[in-house]
Design a protein around this ligand. Structure first.
Ligand code: DAT
Ligand code: MG
Length: 144
């Protein structure tokens, strides 16, 4: 049997607003991954608190919520062997200033000078996180 896994990808409000949905999705399509779900969503404070549970007590959390609720996000479930790690390397380092050229964050991101990290995309950091996050964003697809 072919080993497969899924990951939760978000194109964050800056990616949607700047018209980068197509170019970001194309990178995963070009690598040969399939999508199980793609949906434009408004991230509520409640869904963000569940999604970013590990960060809710951090000093940057209020700014992160303001950023993530500043416009719609595109929520995606992608599927394929090693898709979690493959999307993380495609996304690049958390800080766009440090992200390598050739990555999504390294090609499309920058420091906008206001103290917020706007880094265009989220990708689950492990298959376990992916299961947890898919259950939050797409309950109907949980553990499929
Ligand atoms: P990643 O999105 O690369 O998994 P993370 O899970 O450490 O990074 O953090 C989640 C998001 O929170 C990140 O995409 C942007 C924001 N963030 C993280 N560290 C930050 C910081 N020091 N200042 C401002 N925002 C931060
Ligand atoms: Mg993370």
């Amino acid at each position: 049997m072919t080993s497969t896994e899924r990951t939760l990808i978000l194109i964050k409000p800056d990616g949607v607003e700047r018209g980068l949905i197509g170019r970001i999705l194309t990178r995963m399509e070009e690598r040969g991954f399939a999508f199980d779900a793609i949906e434009l969503r408004e991230a509520s404070p409640e869904i963000l608190a569940a999604h970013y549970a590990e960060h809710t007590a951090k000093p940057f959390y209020p700014g992160l919520v303001a950023y993530m609720t500043s416009g719609p996000v595109l929520a995606i479930v992608a599927r394929g062997a090693q898709v979690v790690a493959t999307f993380r390397t495609t996304a690049g380092a958390t800080d766009p200033v440090k992200a390598a050229p050739g990555t999504i964050r390294g090609d499309f991101g920058r420091d906008w000078g206001d103290g917020e990290i706007r880094n265009l995309v989220h990708g689950s950091d492990s298959p376990e996180s992916a299961k947890r996050e898919i259950a939050i964003w797409f309950p109907a697809l949980a553990d499929g």
